[in-house]
Design a protein around this ligand. Structure first.
Ligand SMILES: [Zn+2]
Length: 398
């Protein structure tokens, strides 16, 4: 009898252990990420394991990385509205299939002490740094009716408090494709060569204007998506510019031409998605099978950068057109569009992708390979970046 009981007891314990492990190891869904009382507050659908969260620190700029294992974002808009005066930026993304990553760009002195509130097993609170900038007065003041408009405007600008030493005005230029990936081809001309030529001219234009410039590639080599965006992260670029050229199938080649600028967004309209698919084909090969499309799209949806990218795209497109029209009256503007280009994934800065023209269009192709034409395009892009950054500076200083 005693023996049987013991066996039963052991079985029961084993069962309990097994159930609790399965309960805990199931995926937690991050339902909410909100800013409240100077804290970033996360709410999961269930209790999570404390040790599922690892915190690491990265330097230049200082970033606190929270990796939450066995977790998923409920949807891509989670964390998309986080724009705090406490941090330079807050990013929430589906880092891996089973890992949610939160990145806080903070001041070096930030002492990070996150906690799980008592009896709230599905919550996780991260107290944000105390806000200690001259800008504080604007915020700590009770909003007066007359200042309200200003505040809203202010709120929409990312990088409100650039961490010390991070705002060196570095711009990263990304010449698309390269190496084994020629990009679009028309009349035996290759996109990879064209975009490199334009990127080099753009670099010169930006250097003239006092910017520091890095190119993701300055010769004919292939780079994976992760390498391209990593360079922008590593150099802590304030702006990321990707240069591409467009093309359409033969039967349409004489009809479709013009210049268009894309800003990072969740690709919704069919045409943007098709172009995104083409641009991403090569990128996806290298991106690793683990990353599903949703994951990549999620990771780029980090809120106000979309607004900033849109602003940048508008002014760049407009300056390109103004410049090319000085000598080439008939160049068509296809305007500013949005697309979920993977090349912009993970971009934590205003990022745009410029399709400088259609390499498939015989007349446009000829121009695209002319130095004179390339210089006008580059000058337009540089002017656009310059105007955008000056505007932003004014807004921040207001
Ligand atoms: Zn391309």
């Amino acid at each position: 009898m005693v023996k049987i009981n013991r066996v039963k007891l052991l079985k029961l314990i084993l069962l309990l252990v097994l159930t609790s492990t399965t309960l805990f190891s199931s995926i937690s869904i991050l339902k909410k990420a909100e800013l409240k009382k100077g804290e970033l507050r996360l709410t999961f659908n269930q209790a999570y394991k404390k040790r599922a969260i690892t915190i690491t620190t990265l330097k230049n700029p200082t970033r606190k990385i929270f990796d939450i294992k066995n977790a998923r974002l409920q949807n891509s808009s989670i964390g998309s509205n986080l724009n705090s005066i406490h941090c330079s930026s807050i990013r929430v993304s589906q880092f891996k299939r089973d890992t949610v990553r939160i990145v806080l760009e903070v001041d070096k002195s930030y002492n990070c002490q996150p906690y799980r509130p008592m009896l709230a097993y599905s919550s996780y609170h991260i107290p944000l740094p105390k806000f200690r900038s001259v800008k504080k007065s604007i915020y700590s003041r009770k909003p007066k009716k007359t200042t309200r408009v200003k505040q809203i405007k202010y709120k929409n600008i990312p990088f409100i408090v650039p961490a010390k030493g991070t705002n060196k005005n570095t711009i990263v230029i990304d010449a698309g494709h390269g190496g084994h990936d020629p990009g679009a081809v028309g009349g035996r001309k290759r996109e990879k060569d064209l975009v490199l030529q334009i990127s080099k001219k753009l670099k010169k234009e930006l250097l003239k204007r006092g910017y520091r410039v890095y190119m993701t590639r300055s010769d004919d080599r292939f780079l994976e998506l992760t390498q391209r965006t990593k360079i922008a992260d590593k150099k802590n670029a304030i702006v990321f510019i990707s240069i591409h050229a467009n093309s359409v199938p033969k039967r349409k080649r004489n009809r479709v031409n013009g210049i268009e600028t894309y800003f990072l967004s969740n690709a919704k309209d069919a045409k943007s998605q098709r172009i995104a698919a083409r641009e991403n084909r090569s990128v996806l090969k290298g991106a690793g099978s683990k990353l599903s499309k949703e994951v990549i799209v999620d990771s780029v949806l980090n809120g106000p950068k979309i607004v900033e990218s849109n602003k940048l795209a508008v002014v760049v497109q407009s300056r390109i057109m103004t410049n090319v029209h000085t000598m080439y009256k008939d160049v068509k503007s296809n305007g500013v569009k949005h697309a979920g280009f993977y090349v912009l994934a993970g971009a934590s800065r205003p990022s745009i992708l410029i399709e400088v023209g259609y390499i498939s269009h015989p007349k446009e192709r000829k121009r695209l390979f002319q130095s004179k034409y390339q210089r006008l395009i580059s000058k337009g892009i540089a002017e656009g970046i310059n105007i955008y950054l000056n505007n932003r500076k004014k807004e921040i200083e207001l």
